[in-house]
Design a protein around this ligand. Sequence first.
Ligand code: AMP
Ligand code: MN
Ligand code: MN
Ligand code: MN
Length: 283
Amino acid sequence: MKSPKADLHIHTKKSDGKLAPADIVKKASEKGLCTISITDHDTYAGYFEAKSAGDDLGVEVLPGIEITSEYKDRECHILGYGFDLGNAEFSAFVKSQKLRRYKRARRMIQNLGKMGFDISIEEVIGEAGTMNISRNHLAKVMVSKGMAPNVRVVFDRYLGNRSPAYFKIGYESAEEVIRLIKSAGGISILAHPGLYYVEEDIKYFIEAEIDGFEYIHPSHNYLLQKRYREICEQNGLIATGGSDYHGFRPEDESYFGTVAVDSSTVAHIKRLTVDRKKQHTSQ
Ligand code: AMP
Ligand code: MN
Ligand code: MN
Ligand code: MN
């Protein structure tokens, strides 16, 4: 029998994805996925709509988020699953990430201003709506004002990580983010570790009590999958995965429903979150 599949890394309109949460659930149902998690950047706002669509269509939806943190002066993405949605400390932290992104956008707008490009925070908010502001929103405003032919050019010339108008804001450390997720009863996973990390880094994350590594990801070849699966097995950690679907690139469509993990991964996550919640309520 074919074992049911789960996609634990998906973006929606609530961050930088194309589809609404309910449309993702519909798509998941069509592809025969049993479980999904919406992991938007620094927000879990998509969970509620996805959960109610999932209840209707028989797709399980796990609370999820992809948090931007910092490790060794670089952005480090940490996935959180199964956290308690009513946890005050965690929801305050998520709110603070939104503010951080707003402040960062203002600094990039200033930098662009010095380069002769006049865009306003209001225009950027007009683009972002209720979503967390990302560089994509700034880029879209610039394109719509004829300052660049397309978003890619904006990143290449102005807003890319090494480009002149980019502003790097300090994010919370990876270690602190791991702690926050845990104290909200959730589990933390290092997203798409890929080629970035050497043995010393892996050791660091394990000592920081990360709960697992994302071993299945479109950017991972078989060797990387094997590497991270083995690291998880050897350390008793959870090996997760998903398509990192955004919906803008043609290849996203072939990954969705294919780049996925077995439902036993979901069972592992749920076991751990149940245990963790018990620990917290008994303390
Ligand atoms: P932010 O979350 O504000 O740092 O923006 C990150 C988003 O910008 C990513 O999710 C991508 O969608 C987009 N992005 C980053 N680098 C590039 C690039 N070189 N070209 C196009 N889009 C990019
Ligand atoms: Mn993204
Ligand atoms: Mn990521
Ligand atoms: Mn992602």
